[in-house]
Design a binder for this molecule. Structure first.
Ligand SMILES: Cc1ncc(COP(=O)(O)O)c(C=O)c1O
Length: 374
């Protein structure tokens, strides 16, 4: 059997990783400034993370959601404390798209309405409802076009109210900072206005923090830079540091009922062990502080490069915008300088999503390589 080839691949075969480094099958070391699409939060193969998952595997790796699993409660408690979101309840699932799918479903269950507002350049995943609120027609099949969705420009409160006042909107979904689209974000005025309008027109506000969450922006969640309180928050990527897991934080004012949501694998023992290890490491290594320090250093260094026209994002979710497309630059960074970076829908933008415990020395390696290529 061959693979169903949906991914254009770089010719690199990673076989080992540690911290912010990855080694290929020829023992070449690479600097990882992309964390496999922003997934690696506490660094590759962190010893505490490895120990916790290994230990769990020796006890029990999986049982279904039909029996008690105290690790789920431990994870929810820890997540509430570390993120300062103790007034939310947690539903555990397996991927970012699935988290958004469930959040959108909850909004529709609770309000009895079906229309969703999403924003230009958004990316929320590839399952039915998630892809329908993603602003990319190319990845929507005919079957995905049944959900009623209105796509609006970011930061336009007037158009937002015009759409909400029709009264048929169950939820508004947006990213804390846009990822795949190219690091655009709402202003504080917009986030605050959005929160008020959702409340006024009884639509639930869903913050997709799948990429911008888990400390990546320098706050635990990117929306926390704007002092608002969403009804639901979706998380994935950095949550498991590579173990596939995701969740929906649902405000305690929204009541659960048996059978409302469900999954076979979500919240399994191994996933909880991975998720707990990540939160413990974020906390005791004070990674949010590191994100802020390294981010400041990175941005100061990037400003010294003439051809960088614009620096976008927050914390260690950074976009370097160039006058030209960055495809060739990314190839040179990988094949000549052995550095992984990311691209975006905005073809002129280089996306930087390193592990949250990366050092300024490693940033120097990147800046020197970038200057050399340019
Ligand atoms: C903001 C955002 N939402 C949702 C998703 C979908 O997550 P997954 O690929 O785990 O389904 C992604 C993935 O890139 C994302 O960046």
């Amino acid at each position: 059997m061959n693979l169903f080839e949906v991914y254009p691949l770089y010719d690199v075969t990673p076989v080992k990783a540690k911290g912010s480094s990855v080694w290929d099958d020829k023992n070449q070391e690479y600097l990882d400034l992309y964390g496999g699409h922003g997934v690696i939060s506490v660094g590759h193969s962190h010893p505490e993370y490895v120990a916790k998952i290994t230990n769990q595997l020796h006890n029990i790796g999986f049982y279904s959601n039909a029996v008690q699993n105290p690790l789920q409660q431990q994870l929810a408690k820890k997540l509430g404390e570390v993120s300062n979101c103790e007034d939310y309840n947690l539903f555990l699932c397996n991927s970012g798209a699935e988290a958004n799918e469930n959040a959108l479903k909850v909004a529709s269950f609770v309000t009895g309405k079906s229309k969703v507002i999403a924003f230009e350049n958004s990316f929320h995943g590839r399952t039915s409802a998630s892809v329908s609120v993603t602003d990319n027609k190319k990845i929507q099949a005919e079957i995905n076009k049944f959900n009623p969705v209105t796509i609006l420009p970011l930061n336009d409160l007037f158009l937002l109210e015009k759409t909400l006042e029709k009264g048929d909107v169950c939820s508004v979904i947006l990213e804390g900072i846009q990822g795949v689209g190219g690091l655009d974000e709402g202003t504080t005025e917009f986030f605050k206005g959005l929160e008020k309008l959702c409340w006024k027109y009884e639509a639930l506000l869903i913050l997709d923090e799948i990429q911008s969450g888990y400390g990546r922006s320098g706050a635990f969640f990117a929306f926390q830079h704007h002092q608002i309180k969403p009804d639901m928050i979706t998380v994935a990527k950095g949550m498991g540091n590579g173990y596939p897991m995701a969740g929906v934080l649902i405000h305690e004012s929204i009541k659960a009922s048996f059978g409302m949501l469900g999954t076979t694998f979500g919240g399994n023992h191994l996933a909880c062990a991975a998720g707990l290890a990540v939160l413990e490491i974020i906390e005791h290594e004070q990674l949010l502080e590191n994100v802020k320090e390294v981010s400041e250093y990175f941005i100061a260094q990037a400003k010294t490069i003439d051809v960088v026209k614009n620096i976008k994002g927050k914390g260690l979710m950074i976009g370097l915008e160039f006058e030209d497309e960055v495809g060739e630059l990314r190839k040179k960074l990988i094949y000549e300088e052995y550095i992984f970076t990311g691209g975006a829908m905005n073809k002129n933008l280089l996306r930087i999503l390193p592990p949250l415990n990366i050092s300024t020395k490693e940033i120097d390696v990147f800046i020197t390589a970038l200057k050399k290529i340019l």
